[in-house]
Design a binder for this molecule. Sequence first.
Ligand code: HEM
Ligand code: HEM
Length: 184
Amino acid sequence: MKYDAVARTLHWLMAALLILMFLFGIQLEDLSLADRREALPMHASMGLLLLVLVLARLAWRRGHPPPPYPDGMSRRQQRAARAVVHVFYMLMIYQPIVGLLQAASYVDFEVMAFGVWNLTALLPSDQGLKAVFNQMHGTGGWLLAVLVIGHVGATLKHWLFDRDEIPARMIPFLKPPADPPPSA
Ligand code: HEM
Ligand code: HEM
């Protein structure tokens, strides 16, 4: 059984945007003040859009639970897979919220989201506070990156070694493996 089309679309849309946002984020610090003034509102607006998307995704998931894991996966494997999914969702919510707090305490200039919403008006501008949120946001970004690398590795393991239906549940155009012949 596959994830439904909405879950798959949201997975791939968010995966592409999150990877883009990570690469975007690690460039931000090296930009000149003038370039950062141009780029940061775009990063913040895209990040807030991702917050809306993850909440919509969770709401959809409540009404449309994922297909059950294949019988070939041990209970321990299933528990670990479920835990990783929970951590993913927590990080996908944590990251934009901490980003928002960072923009809210920003010191160098006012960060506008979607060209109209002054995020920096939400909290007092404070270098110390901004540094704490910057640290938390950087850590969240790297945790997400490490988890994604592990997630791709786990998908490869399912595809190449376990040869089960897991990759085809999410990856378009991949056919699930044929059922093994009944044992004699
Ligand atoms: C930023 C990048 C990514 C994030 C945040 C992410 C996150 C997730 C999450 C949260 C789920 C569980 C969906 C649910 O049950 O609601 C999932 C499933 C899945 N993802 Fe990703 N993913 C990312 C990238 C990728 C990539 C690049 C691959 C390709 C190898 C991939 C392959 C899969 C597969 C095969 C599943 C289905 C697993 C299952 O059937 O339980 N993901 N992903
Ligand atoms: C949801 C996905 C997001 C990802 C993956 C992401 C990723 C990153 C990364 C990796 C950095 C670099 C951190 C560092 O250098 O230590 C960064 C910087 C930053 N991000 Fe995000 N971010 C996201 C959302 C947001 C949102 C929603 C906002 C604001 C509303 C935001 C505001 C910022 C700010 C203010 C910086 C620091 C810029 C500077 O160097 O002064 N981010 N982001």
